[in-house]
Structures are given as C-alpha cells and as structure tokens.
Design a protein around this ligand. Structure first.
Ligand SMILES: [Zn+2]
Length: 284
C-alpha cells in the first residue's frame, strides 16, 4: 500500500492509495470510523434547585427540554482532542489510564455550563476547567432555549473513546472511496464529442476543436454513459476501474484533524495485523 497523494483542507481529507487491494482499503475505512479515538462528553451533573446570580436574583433550574435531550446534545458536541498527545499514546481511555479511572489530564476534560434566561444556550457557553483552547470547536450549536427566570448549571466531563463504543466518539464521517477510473478515448471513432461531454453527469470531458479531452477523470463515477454507443459512437470511449488505485475521501467533526486520523488508523491496522501475525506464528 502506497499513499500517492494526500490533500488536507480544513476538516476534509483526500487520499490517493496505489498498490492496494479492495479489502485493505475497506479495512482502512472501517478503522477510520471505528478506531480513531476522540474526546467527547459522556458524563454530566445537572444542578437542581434555585440558582442565584451576583445580585441575589434567583432562577429556577428548569428548561423546556428533558435532561436526557440536553445530555445527548452535549455528548455530540465536538470538543478538541490533543492530536499530538493522541499519536504519542499519551491520551488514555479512562479504564486504561494510570489514574485508575479517577480522572486526570490524560483521560478527561471538565467543563461547566452556567447560563440564565432569557437566552439560547450554545455549545460555546461550555467553559473548560483549565486551558481555554479546550472550548468546543463549533461555538454555535444550540443546546436549549431558556425563558425568563430559567437557569442552567451543569458540570460536564469528556473522556476519550472510539466510534465502535458509541457514535459520540466517532471522529470521522462521510467516508467514501472509489477505484480511480481509467478513461481512454479513440478520437477516430468519436462521432460527436460535444454530445459525449454534454451527457456526462460529472463533467469529466471538455471539447477543444471537436477533440474530446478527458479533463477531470477523478470526478468519473463509472456510470459509463459515455460508452453508450448511441451517445459516443461504437468504441469511442472506454472506461475501466483500476482496482489497485483508490481515491479516498472523508471528513472529521473537527475534534481530530484529518492527517492525524489517517496516521492513527494506519498505525492501528499495522499493529493489529502485527498482533495477528504473532498469534498465528505462536499457534503453529
Ligand atoms: Zn487518567
């Protein structure tokens, strides 16, 4: 398996793999979704009873939403994960941490949420205990609307986890891949270049002085409309899928950067296959 090209743009990643078999690329897809860890809120404490502000005004600790819904929204709010520490193995699952699950900087982030109505409570209102860089990545995710004299006081804790445990720990989304198409044009057999270009749903072709040019092969979805004899002429265009070279696209929720996700998933697979090889050799 080789990486020919990797493009990272914000939360999106594009990787071109060559010298790879379909099962390997699918294992990588599954690892990105299920194995790449991230921090996510999985424990909250909601203050009950009256909440007083500095002037002595009291607010009811009640909201129009059930506590479970607020907990669910907080758990799906992306919070930053220290990618450097993650790749170095410094971030730990709570049950594997040296603190024995009591909570430390290697396995948890603590937040407070203290708002009084009338207002809309957003993800950006979560305040980390400690480094301000740990504030949620998207500040404008609505959590709940408070009316007059309503208040909310929550202490939330984020832990490390991965997607196979729960969707709140799934850092990578919208994962897709396809074999890189090989498109060849036999210009002598092209009857109507403009017609072939116009019928392509992904604008793969352009026409220059009646010559059909493959200008964007990576956009091809292998629909083979261009191979249709009524559109292109017999044998004018041939589309093949190269099943050893794949175009792979994905995005993250922002908690982990795409390059870290790729590196972690590949390292994870290498380690897992290494373990498997060891087990096989030991069982002989
Ligand atoms: Zn710990």
């Amino acid at each position: 398996m080789k990486i020919d090209r990797m493009e990272i743009s914000g939360r999106k990643g594009v990787v071109v793999f060559s010298d790879v078999e379909p099962f390997m690329i699918n294992a990588f897809r599954r690892s990105l979704i299920a194995d790449v860890p991230k921090m996510a809120i999985d424990h909250i404490e909601i203050h009950l009873g009256a909440i007083s502000d500095e002037s002595g005004h009291t607010y009811e600790s009640t909201t129009p939403l059930f506590d479970e819904i607020i907990a669910h929204r907080l758990s799906l709010t992306p919070v930053p994960t220290d990618c450097d520490a993650l790749l170095k193995g410094h971030l730990k699952l709570k049950e594997e941490c040296s603190c024995d699950g009591t909570g430390c900087a290697n396995c948890q982030i603590m937040y407070s949420l203290n708002k009084r109505g009338p207002c809309t409570v957003y993800s950006g209102d979560l305040e980390p205990l400690g480094d301000e860089k740990l504030k949620p990545i998207d500040a404008k995710i609505p959590i709940v609307k408070l009316t007059e004299d309503e208040g909310i006081l929550i202490y939330a804790t984020a832990h490390l986890g991965n997607g196979k445990t729960h969707a709140r720990w799934q850092a990578v989304h919208a994962v897709g891949y396809k074999p890189i198409p090989e498109i060849t044009v036999n210009q002598e057999k092209v009857k109507d270049a403009d017609r072939i270009a116009a019928n392509c749903p992904r604008d793969v072709f352009t026409v220059n002085k009646k010559t059909l040019i493959v200008s964007d092969p990576e956009s091809c979805i292998l629909c083979r409309t261009c191979e249709n004899e009524d559109i292109g002429g017999i044998g004018a265009v041939k589309v093949n899928a190269d099943t050893t070279t794949f175009l792979f696209k994905f995005e993250t929720d922002g908690s982990v950067d795409p390059a870290t996700a790729v590196k972690y998933a590949l390292d994870y697979l290498i380690a897992k296959f290494g373990d498997f090889e060891t087990l096989l050799s030991e069982s002989k």
